[in-house]
Design a protein around this ligand. Sequence first.
Ligand SMILES: C[S@@+](CC[C@H](N)C(=O)[O-])C[C@H]1O[C@@H](n2cnc3c(N)ncnc32)[C@H](O)[C@@H]1O
Length: 213
Amino acid sequence: MTEPSSYLGTTAGAYDAMAARYAEFARDYLDSLPLDRAVLAAFAEYVRATGPGPVAELGCGTGEVTAHLRDLGLDVFGVDLSPAMLDFAREAHPDLRFEVGSMDALDLADGTLNGVVSWYSVIHTPPREIPGCLAEFRRVLAAGGLLLLAFFESEGGPVSAFDHKVTTAYRWPIGELAALAAEAGFTEVGRMLREPGEGERFRRGHLLLRRGE
Ligand SMILES: C[S@@+](CC[C@H](N)C(=O)[O-])C[C@H]1O[C@@H](n2cnc3c(N)ncnc32)[C@H](O)[C@@H]1O
């Protein structure tokens, strides 16, 4: 059985090794994904309506989504396990703050964020660890704060591991992840499914959630 610290170390090492290639892949990748941009824009609008508080992109990688959220008017910073990914993020976006950390144990006080984005970053978390991550997202969000999850959807199948290019990842039935989020104290605002585009293997799932009182 893989212990949590083991999967975190494996994930960080795998992204450290792939950081240069990832930075190349991710540069401007949102430009060709209008539905993804629409979800991020909706998240930003909901967050702005709650007030001017900070937003964290957890598992920010090389920082393209963090910068996109900044461009949407949010006071955003990034957190990631991989120091090498963050080196690229800081080089490309020197005006933004990026910190090394893990989304299952954040160095943040309770209730300090207005928004959390996990954009394809819970994908490497073993399914049994997901409730702990959701509880941590809830802990750092203020009441009424927004959570956006983007992930690979399982298209009618059960939660399943697959051979992601960097390291093992998991596909989720969107309803099952939504149910875990509800158990963790989130109310669903909306969901979006997108079919795979050119060069993509799987359907994409997006859940927009609000932290309850
Ligand atoms: C597929 S990349 C996505 C990066 C970025 N969000 C984007 O869309 O370009 C996944 C990222 O999540 C990070 N990650 C995975 N598990 C994490 C954890 N427990 N805490 C923080 N970062 C994590 C990885 O290091 C990697 O940079």
